[in-house]
Write a protein that binds this ligand. Structure first.
Ligand SMILES: NC(=O)C1=CN([C@@H]2O[C@H](COP(=O)(O)OP(=O)(O)OC[C@H]3O[C@@H](n4cnc5c(N)ncnc54)[C@H](O)[C@@H]3O)[C@@H](O)[C@H]2O)C=CC1
Ligand SMILES: O=CC(=O)O
Length: 329
């Protein structure tokens, strides 16, 4: 029987064509959408589900699922209970590396945008409120010489460090907050000697800009809570391109409202696509709709890797980006 793929999220070319060439493709939107996911996964009608963050595979769904694999069209895979998938003999794939640069660019965009109040300036222009150059108009803060703290120092964290160094920032990082892990200099490659490793507590207190690049796990949920926000510098900026629940968004609204921070730049939200009450009314926050990997080339590369993952899962081949190598397939 040829491989059967269920696309719960649409993916662009070349991924879509690769899947159609390799087997039979069913669009989730034509067979009940997300509400039907548990039943579709349990039906035995599909070998691999292609999905993204909106498709939740919890332990209950996975215990009933009759699938060979789940090919996530994202690098983050907090929507899948990986331990339960492994237990159920279901391979899980993701899209590392190919989206690193695009996502690091979005983090830099937020760092520069918030510090230079670009979103406020743009809103002013669109509202026809610009009345001419003024010495006190939307005065921001410098990035050169400022300390950027990176929580999580994996692929994207390192790519953000490279960019920030080019802007003259000092870069400190905490590799595995809130716990610690010593990173050997040889692990740092070309960044060795140019970035400083600190513990999470020091990162919070020293950063002029604190940027989050950790996966969402039980350890990192609400990593930035009211207590952390209170310990950040008064004039600091928080950047989140990781996952919304890494930040207590209601506590962030309170801190921003109270002028406790200079500002925040967000690409992800705790209850996405909703925002915490009050967030959208604040001027000192720049808001993007989860655009981290949203460039044409990056999405094409993600689609290709997702298709390669899915085809390998369905045919018993070697999965190029396998999250759970212990799975018995
Ligand atoms: N806004 C967007 O569109 C995008 C968001 N992301 C998010 O960025 C995250 C990071 O992506 P990458 O840098 O590629 O991942 P990565 O795995 O290369 O780096 C994550 C780093 O966080 C550290 N870490 C800290 N706490 C951890 C914990 N409790 N468990 C595991 N690792 C922990 C790891 O040691 C690792 O160095 C993704 O998980 C995803 O949630 C990724 C791409 C696009
Ligand atoms: O949020 C996007 C991802 O790839 O993870």
């Amino acid at each position: 029987m040829s491989p059967r793929f269920l696309l719960m999220t649409e993916i662009p070319e070349p991924g879509l064509g690769m899947l159609r060439e390799a087997g039979e493709v069913t669009l989730g939107s034509e067979v009940g959408g997300n509400d039907a996911l548990p039943a579709l996964a349990a039906s035995g009608d599909y070998d691999v589900v292609v999905c993204a963050l909106a498709q939740k595979f919890d332990a209950d769904v996975l215990a009933q699922a009759r699938l060979k694999g789940i090919a996530n069209y994202a690098v983050g895979y907090n929507n899948v209970d990986v331990a339960a998938a492994t237990e159920a003999g279901i391979a899980v794939g993701n899209t590392p590396d190919v989206l690193t640069d695009a996502t690091a660019d979005i983090a830099l965009l937020l760092i520069l945008g918030v510090s230079r109040r670009a979103h406020e300036g743009e809103a002013m222009m669109r509202a026809g409120e610009f009345t001419g150059w003024r010495a006190d108009l939307l005065v921001g803060k410098d990035v050169k010489g400022a300390t950027l703290g990176l929580a999580g120092f994996g692929r994207i964290g390192k790519a953000v460090a490279e960019r920030a160094l080019a802007f003259g920032m000092d870069v400190v990082f905490a590799p595995r907050p809130p716990a610690h892990r010593e990173v050997a200099p040889e692990e740092l490659g070309e960044l060795a000697g140019r970035v400083e490793q600190v513990r999470w507590e020091e990162l919070v207190e020293r950063s002029d800009f604190l940027s989050l690049h950790v996966p969402l796990t039980a350890d990192t949920e609400h990593l930035v809570d009211a207590d952390v926000l209170a310990r950040m510098k008064d004039d600091a900026v928080l950047i989140n391109t990781a996952r919304g629940p890494v930040v207590d968004e209601a506590a962030l609204v309170e801190a921003l409202r109270a002028g406790r921070l200079f500002g925040a730049g967000l690409d992800v939200y705790e209850d996405e696509p909703a925002m915490a009450p009050g967030l959208a009314e604040l001027d000192n926050v720049m808001l993007l709709p989860h655009l981290g990997s949203a460039t044409r080339d990056t999405r094409a590369a993600m689609a290709e890797l997702t298709a390669r993952n899915a085809i390998a899962m369905a045919t018993g081949g070697e999965v190029p980006a396998l999250v759970n190598p212990d799975v018995r397939r």
